[in-house]
Design a protein around this ligand. Structure first.
Ligand code: ZN
Length: 166
């Protein structure tokens, strides 16, 4: 098995003009920028790329990524699951100079310069990394809270003692 994902190159303009779609699954561990964060290597991510005109006339690409990653909580260092749910729109522009200077403050759309060899998995990786929080950590039931619950639970040794006594 190869250690990195196969590159999938598309012509982004043609992809939009013909309203093409691709979707696939990829092992998260094959995305090099992500591999260092993962505590398991068998999680798959689903992604979909759509081309078309979703908002008026603008040529657009729409990227969706979904899945679950096994990562380490950066607060308590326990393993945790992180749910990925990315949805991102890109307005295709012919050149960098066509990106408006006062780029609209829109958190869900971005500009992408048209490229006849757009690397789809590189885009998936980039957007995935951008979507991760600054600190990957449990939202609740983190570290100290979990340790507290552990001590409250009956210890198996105590149960054994009881069995011996009867
Ligand atoms: Zn934690």
């Amino acid at each position: 098995m190869s250690s990195s994902a196969k590159h999938l190159l598309i012509d982004s303009r043609e992809f939009v003009e013909q309203s093409l779609e691709i979707h696939d699954k990829i092992l998260a561990s094959l995305l090099p920028g992500l591999a260092g964060l993962l505590t398991s290597s068998d999680r798959e991510l689903w992604y979909q790329l759509l081309g078309g005109h979703f908002r008026g006339d603008a040529p657009m690409l729409r990227l969706k990524i979904k899945g679950v990653l096994d990562v380490r909580c950066q607060r308590c260092l326990e393993e945790m699951e992180y749910a990925v749910d990315v949805s991102r729109d890109f307005v295709l522009v012919p050149a960098e100079s066509a990106i408006p200077e006062d780029e609209i403050e829109d958190d869900t759309a971005d500009y992408l310069v048209a490229n006849c060899k757009l690397d789809v998995l590189a885009l998936v990786e980039e957007e995935l990394l951008l979507s991760l929080p600054f600190v990957l950590a449990h939202e609740d039931n983190c570290g100290e809270a979990a340790a507290f619950v552990m001590t409250e639970r009956a210890s198996p040794f105590r149960v054994l003692e009881k069995l011996r006594q009867t």
